[in-house]
Design a protein around this ligand. Sequence first.
Ligand code: URA
Ligand code: URA
Length: 217
Amino acid sequence: MTMMEINQDIMQLKAHLERQRELKNPGVLKPKHDPAKELAAICTDLGECQRCPLHETRNKIVFGAGDPNADLMFVGEAPGGDEDRQGEPFVGRAGQLLTKIIAAIGKTRDQVYIANILKCRPPGNRNPEAKEIATCSPFLDRQIEAIQPKVICALGTFAAQTMLKTTIPIGKLRGRAHPYNDYSLLVPTFHPAYLLRSPGKKKETWEDMQMIMKLLV
Ligand code: URA
Ligand code: URA
């Protein structure tokens, strides 16, 4: 596809998304509910969660952070060591790169919402297990429903494959917007931890961020 065709494609997707959002919620979308209140209720329901064995080894639950009214949401895999200690998503080295990526699209962390598939750190940063995802992901689903972001950026193989229910590699999933639900498009990109190991891939991530900016205009 040429750049012009890709742009036309994005504009068609964007128009489709706007129609969907309008149909689901005629008139104004946001004032119908209170995202901040809903997020607080979800956090209360999660409580000091002991639904899966990860509670035995975690320090802090990492619920998510940012603007409840955000148009753009980032979803990572699971907290790492720094996040587990602080209770905040993406605050370690990968998180600092994510903060720079967010700045590159003219936003601050406070203007987006950041969360993970899993709310607790897997010991030694091992991959999340299917049962853990099944137990934890309803909370992410509820966060997404509360925020209703226009665009969800899935960070890395794990988040992208989990959210799109596919085993297609991230290199093939990224570079386009995928329909996700009635409110949101999903744009997969490389995980910032992967970019730290493979800085050559930053160019692709920048392309994905430019697409996100077009979708949000
Ligand atoms: N990696 C993730 O996927 N999420 C975090 O919050 C931190 C690192
Ligand atoms: N492997 C990952 O886990 N994430 C990426 O973004 C790329 C490769």
